[in-house]
Structures are given as C-alpha cells and as structure tokens.
Design a protein around this ligand. Sequence first.
Ligand code: AMP
Length: 119
Amino acid sequence: MSDSQVSLFTRIINSEIPADIVYEDDQCIVINDIAPQAPVHMLVIPRKPLARLVDAVKDDEMIMGHLLWVAGEVARMRGIENAFRLVINNGAGAGQTVFHLHLHVLGAKQFHETDLTTL
Ligand code: AMP
C-alpha cells in the first residue's frame, strides 16, 4: 500500500498524527472527533483499515460486533449510556469523508426523530 493510500485514521492508529484517544484495545481505538457535532462525539475505529462498511467481509463479523460493544462501553464511560446515537456514513454520497470505517457515537444533546439525517 502506498503512503497516499494510508488513511488518516491509520496514521492516528500508528501514532503518526496526534489524536485525543478515549479507549484502545487490540482491535480498535476510540478518539474524540476533532469537529464535534454534539457535546460528546467519539469515533470508534477498527485497527483493520476497512474503507467502508460494505467492504467488510464475512470474516469481519467478530470485529464488527466488537465495534458495537465498544461503542456501548465508551458511551457508559462518558455517562451517555441512556441517550446516544450511532452513525456510520457509507460512501461519499452519504457524507463519508474519511475512507476508513468508523462509528460516530453522539450524545449529551437533545435528539429529535427528524434529525436522523443530519450528520
Ligand atoms: P465521516 O464524514 O463520516 O467520514 O467522518 C469523519 C469524521 O472524522 C468527521 O466527523 C471529522 O470531524 C473527523 N475527523 C477528521 N480528522 C480528524 C482528526 N484528525 N481527529 C479526529 N477526528 C477527525
């Protein structure tokens, strides 16, 4: 893989770019979003550089489940376990800007059913 294909999040995982790390384990890291859309806005990022959700294969089932479990854990750590939202943007047309799979964990704001489409 050439340097230009290495994602921003892989550079963060490799400590080449600083980030505000909330949690890490052998499969993923969680960082605070640099441009938060809510008072709590974290990104759960697999160490495996899957570009988009749809690029996951059957063998990735365990890691995908792990990402969801970690999202709940960090939500609890930040005290938003009773009201948070998960968002995955898949593809540029859906607003994805960093092509390394990540789950947005958003909380500590008032959610409305109608703002499902805003992130
Ligand atoms: P998406 O638009 O779904 O691809 O989300 C990418 C997210 O990454 C955005 O919410 C950005 O604010 C966030 N982001 C970009 N660069 C950084 C960075 N260096 N550290 C933390 N978050 C970042």
